[in-house]
Design a protein around this ligand. Structure first.
Ligand SMILES: Cc1cc2nc3c(=O)[nH]c(=O)nc-3n(C[C@H](O)[C@H](O)[C@H](O)COP(=O)(O)O)c2cc1C
Length: 303
């Protein structure tokens, strides 16, 4: 019998399997080295990186909710140059595809950052136009088709040799229009979704928990909505690949996204509770493929 092929292709980059660590939840990979076999992952998305270092937000940054997690980190990161110098060489040695989550406050900053990443030969850029936790830039670009297209085009031009995956915001009034605009502007692939704009109130202090009032909701609470968005965008974006993200915490969750049309999945919040969860998801997908006699991951898709 033919051995199943667990690898997937995203915009010309071959991943050994369809499981990727989601941005902001896995550091730069080596932080998790003692907790699971990091080299077994398909890919690792870095924390959102900006041209200049960012200290992130003051005050509370995390708050648990039933079936979810609110975060307001505010893109704390060392800046792209420091990343390229200190973290990238180590990350490249780990084995999984190096996917750099790129953030910025304006189009020029995104483009300058993209050029540095292109020159550093990272495997892929994940364009973050969907972070709800910063005052300038971030999600603002992901809410509107024209703004999203402008930043996609600028990054495409600045990083012509690097596959470009755009990470969409579930908070866009019309996510389909944003996706279409980015596809036309040169996006090779899409990841969806980032966190949902949400909030919590501290009853004792009688004020919002987060200094920025709003935060981003992730975890199992968002999974069925993220799944619906992957399903709906599959027809719109085909043949561009979609990577599904949102509340994936076990192999069955991942399989739902792969059935809905995603070529790969990302896991974020679940890793905080169970650092080995992505290894379990990989094993579960492999088991499912063998049980069903599938020889390629594409056969999981029901679309
Ligand atoms: C603590 C935290 C930090 C995050 N930081 C980023 C980030 O820097 N860039 C980004 O695109 N997404 C970021 N995200 C969003 C995740 O990558 C992911 O899209 C989202 O959490 C949904 O997946 P999940 O439910 O598996 O966590 C962050 C999420 C969390 C929980």
């Amino acid at each position: 019998m033919t051995e199943p092929d667990f690898s997937v292709d995203i915009a010309g980059i071959r991943l050994r399997n369809p499981v990727i660590a989601a941005s902001g939840t896995f550091g730069y990979g080596s932080e998790y080295a003692g907790l699971l076999d990091v080299s077994a992952l398909g890919g690792i998305c870095t924390k959102g990186l900006t041209l200049r270092p960012k200290a992130g937000n003051q005050g509370e940054r995390l708050c648990e909710t039933p079936s979810g997690l609110l975060n307001s980190i505010g893109l704390e990161n060392p800046g792209i140059e420091a990343f390229i110098e200190k973290e990238l060489p180590r990350m490249k040695e780990l084995g999984p595809a190096v996917i750099v989550n790129l953030a910025g406050e304006d189009v020029d900053e995104y483009a300058e950052g993209a050029k540095l990443l292109n020159d550093a030969a990272v495997d892929m850029i994940e364009l973050n136009i969907s972070c709800p936790n910063v005052k300038a830039g971030g999600m603002a670009f992901g809410l509107d088709g024209a703004a999203a297209a402008a930043v996609t085009l600028a990054v495409r031009k600045a990083a012509p040799c690097t596959p470009l995956m755009v990470k969409l915001s579930p908070n866009a009034p019309d996510i389909t229009a944003v996706a279409r605009s980015c596809a036309t502007a040169g996006a090779d692939a899409f990841s969806l979704v980032n966190t949902f704009k949400a909030m919590a109130i501290d009853k004792v202090r009688r004020r919002p928990v987060f200094d920025n009032t709003f935060a981003g909701l992730s975890g199992p609470a968002i999974r069925p909505i993220a799944l619906r968005m992957v399903w709906e965008l599959y027809d719109v974006l085909r043949p561009k690949p979609i990577v599904g993200v949102g509340g994936i915490a076990c192999a069955n969750d991942a399989l739902e996204f792969l059935m809905a049309g995603a070529v790969a999945v990302q896991t974020g919040s679940a890793t905080f509770a169970r650092p080995g969860v992505m290894a379990e998801i990989i094993a579960g997908i492999e088991r499912y493929m063998r049980q069903n006699g599938f020889t390629s991951t594409a056969e999981i898709c029901i679309r």
